[in-house]
Design a protein around this ligand. Sequence first.
Ligand SMILES: NC(=O)CC[C@H](N)C(=O)O
Length: 202
Amino acid sequence: MVTPTIGVLALQGDVREHVRMLAASGAEAVPVRRREELLAVDGLVLPGGESTTMIKLIEAFELLEPLRKRVADGMPAFGTCAGMILLADKIADGIAGQETIGGMATTVRRNAFGRQVDSFEGDLAFTDGLAGDRPFHAVFIRAPWVEEVRGHARVLARVATGPATGRIVAVRQGHLLATAFHPELTGDPRVHEYFVGIVKEA
Ligand SMILES: NC(=O)CC[C@H](N)C(=O)O
């Protein structure tokens, strides 16, 4: 596939920023709101926003089962922040009964960095050659972290400084990718390019 078509789930959250980054990373980017649109894409980005709101909208738009099925059937998906929560099999502190799409063998903790450090920025060193030799400047906004990875989920990056040092903030499991931060906000296309590569391989 020369130019993959990658959808951005467009029910809530920072959709436009992802569309722009995907377009700059060698993909055709399209918003996805309906089942037929979901079925037509080669991969999907789940943006940041508010995971409790997003899952309600996903249910209201009757997308939960179609999303679960496409993810289970191998469609590459990339979740950022709230999107990372949506891809996790478990939420450590979710409001009672908060559903996820699931698929990644991870447990995430919402708003994990706490109130004082609500939002912050920092440089990350990635494994897996994702970022070459240069650190990736990451923006965290009321971010979750990954409390635990199981099975085939692999850690790609951890927080490098401060009280949260060592916390897992990027994970890959085969065709699934998740970051606790917002790579769509900093103008550095490396994480999006990496995801476009996963979609091309799939
Ligand atoms: N920037 C974000 O996506 C924040 C995620 C939000 N705290 C949630 O739990 O859904």
